[in-house]
Write a protein that binds this ligand. Structure first.
Ligand code: IVH
Length: 668
């Protein structure tokens, strides 16, 4: 294929794919199957690989994110990102309405919108291209999360049509749809990771992830709700938002013009019931003045505009009786109190249990035995007790006393300074801790051992076949087959899965060990700095805290873990069984920190290496890749046909321009 044909084909595919993205993610009206979409995407990726000169960071293929770890740059908002005044009653709304009338008279319109329960984002478009996506931060400056936001399919990277302002900002709410949130938490539970408390936290947490390819895997979505800029098409909020639909933005269809408070009340009341039918959470309604001129006249306080207000729905609550409290022991020995309740109907489900968090919470609520309690279910999956109806209390009922011994092994509990949780310190002898560690070890994101559920682990533990994770590797078929509900087939599957886990890379093995505070990210960082477990075990406290991202708490936890002879013995046994306790040597060859602290911008085409190869070489040697030339760029790595704008900017900022040969020389 010649260059011209390739370019045309690439452009056509990009256009088609964006069109289908838009239909799927914005209009919810797909025109082709997922399979056909994937085929087109594969064609595009293939062509872009063969013809890297046509690379574009705005290509739909880039929506899969990249593996670069990034710390976010802080960006100042062009318009402060204010929040909204809250109201909880129709009375308070009436007061808002009279304040409005005092300033602008009687002649105005309200726009009522849903109040999406997610995390706020400001998107800047220059000449129709998404250039910055910034979180609220402190309202004045926020984090530049553009790379992560580019992975959100319902946010256009390039606008449709041509009638948009040259430079404007649009703000909205990034959220996690309810059903997807439940799935995410379920997966996290299965792999022993901590759960997100609600979809809002899941959205905010995802947006701040360091690795945009991980973000791309999460189904974030976004509704936009306000436009800012000098040259907006209409003098009112409503028409501007409607116009933004033509540019490709996802604007909620549930937006209504209201002439007076009665119509506003009607909107609020009808959505209070209807909101259950939405696929995402809302926590209220936002009421705005439509005319931009009148908005200006009303102005803002330091915290919020005077031309808009939110009405918050009360979280649904129910009252019921506390029957008993159970104390669960996690794999780290942490104790979680869970209340058993007289079953009560709340927001569509029967609630029988609720979380009580910790001793301080129980004391704060002054919870007594058999109290009548209020339960709430916000966006959360686990309902929580939020208060006590003291009027209903039988005065002879004593306050709830937190346990002092482990409910499973009777060891006296401890509470570390600065922590709210109690712990059972009997790591080696407390059954739920032992089983929990094994469950974590085999979980999907750790060693990914299939076919062993909680019940089978429990059976194997009770039979005495499993005392720690290393025993998995000595399990024999005759031990497994007779177990309840297992058989030949399942036993074979388990054994082959255990065997396969020996190829799991070092950083996941480190995570699988379940060392306190060593989650997936920390494990990756450790494996980048220490290529074998032996090296890591030798590291002392001061050396560990030198590493970016490793703080005191993690360092102490690592030292404590490796100072325990039983842990060392288990690691030795695992090593002897062939589990990976060092970084794959083929990975090592390419590594150094020669380029650490340096940021490269690559542009043009090269003779010896593809652009992707150069990018990963930069990363493997500790450097960073960036998409555009700025004051932070260390080198512009320029090949043939380097973009003139990039060259010009680099010259202007006195940034050294190097070619492929210079670059390769830097590595030797
Ligand atoms: S307008 C200056 N409209 O709620 C006015 N905000 O509690 C800017 N929110 O900061 C906000 N849905 O993050 C607006 N339809 C909507 C909204 C909305 C959700 C969020 C937003 C805001 C927060 C205030």
């Amino acid at each position: 294929m010649d260059k011209q044909t390739a370019r045309k084909k690439i452009e056509k595919l990009r256009e088609e794919l964006e069109k289908h993205n838009y239909r799927y993610y914005v209009l919810s009206d797909p025109a082709i199957s997922d399979f056909e979409y994937d085929l087109m995407m594969n064609d595009l990726i293939e062509l872009e690989k063969r013809f890297p000169e046509f690379y574009s960071e705005y290509s739909p293929s880039q929506r899969v994110g990249d593996d670069t770890n990034r710390e976010f740059n802080q960006v100042e908002h062009r318009f402060p990102m204010l929040s909204l005044g809250n109201t909880y009653s129709l009375e308070e709304l009436k007061e808002f309405d009279s304040r409005i009338r005092k300033t602008i008279g009687e002649n105005f319109e309200y726009i009522c919108e849903l109040k999406f329960d997610g995390t706020a984002i400001g998107l800047r478009y220059l000449n129709g291209i998404l250039t910055h996506a910034v979180t609220r931060g402190d309202g004045i400056r926020g984090d530049d999360v553009t790379a992560n936001v580019r992975t959100i399919r319902s946010i256009p990277m390039v606008l449709r049509g041509s009638e948009y302002p040259v430079d404007f900002e649009i703000r909205g709410e990034i959220f996690f749809p309810g059903e997807d949130f439940r799935k995410l938490n379920q997966e996290r539970q299965e792999s022993g990771e901590s759960l997100f408390a609600n979809p809002r936290n899941a959205a905010a947490g995802t947006l701040k992830m360091q690795n945009s390819s991980m973000v791309a895997k999460r189904p974030l979505d976004c509704y936009l709700y306000v436009l800012l800029g000098e040259k907006l098409p209409y003098p009112n909020h409503y028409d501007n938002l409607k116009k933004a639909i033509d540019w490709g933005f996802k604007i909620s269809p549930h937006m209504e013009k209201c002439r007076d408070l009665d119509e506003v009340f009607h909107f609020i009341n009808s959505w209070e019931k209807e909101r259950k039918s939405l696929s995402f959470n809302i926590d209220g309604v936002v009421v705005k003045i439509n005319s931009l001129q009148q908005q200006k006249q009303l102005g803002s306080t330091a915290k919020s505009p005077r031309w808009a207000i939110s009405y918050k729905y009360k979280a649904e609550q129910a009252e019921t009786q506390l029957l008993s409290i159970e104390y669960q022991v996690g794999r780290t020995g942490s104790i979680t109190p869970v209340a058993n309740l007289r079953p009560v109907y709340l927001a569509g489900t029967m609630v029988k249990r609720a979380s009580l968090h910790n001793e301080d919470q129980i004391k704060l609520m002054d919870l007594h035995v058999n109290d009548m309690v209020y339960v709430e279910k916000g966006g959360e999956i686990i309902p929580k007790i939020v208060g006590v109806n003291k009027k209903e209390r039988d005065p002879s009922n004593p306050p709830v006393e937190f346990i002092s011994e482990c409910p499973e092994c009777k060891t006296p509990l401890v509470r570390f300074e600065g922590e709210a949780n109690h712990y059972c310190p009997n790591e080696k002898g407390c059954p739920p801790q032992i089983k929990g560690r094994i469950e974590h070890f085999i979980s999907r994101r750790a060693m990914d051992i299939d076919g062993l559920g909680e019940e089978t682990i429990d059976l194997l533990f009770r039979e005495g076949y499993l005392t720690d994770a290393s025993d998995l590797y000595t399990l024999k078929k005759p031990q497994l087959v007779p177990l309840e509900r297992l058989g030949e087939k399942s036993a074979d599957r388990i054994l082959s899965s255990i065997k396969n886990s020996k190829t799991i890379p070092f950083h996941r093995v480190l995570y699988a060990l379940g060392i306190r505070y060593v989650g997936e990210t920390v494990a990756r960082t450790l494996a980048k700095n220490y290529t074998s477990i032996g090296d890591l075990m030798k590291a002392d406290h001061s050396e560990l805290v030198e590493i970016n991202e490793i703080g005191e708490r993690i360092a102490e936890s690592l030292i404590l873990y490796f100072s325990d002879p039983a842990n060392k013995e288990m690691i030795d046994r695992l090593k002897n069984e062939g589990v990976q306790f060092q970084v794959d040597p083929s990975e090592l060859v390419k590594r150094s920190d020669r380029l650490s602290g340096l940021t490269f911008v690559i542009s043009g085409t090269f003779v010896q290496h593809s652009r992707d190869e150069l990018k990963s070489m930069i990363e493997h040697h500790g450097g960073r890749n960036a998409g555009s030339v700025s004051g932070k760029t260390s080198f512009l790595l320029a090949g043939e046909n380097t973009g003139p704008a990039k060259l010009q900017k680099a010259r202007k900022l006195n940034i050294p321009i190097i070619d492929e040969k210079d670059f390769l020389a830097m590595l030797t």
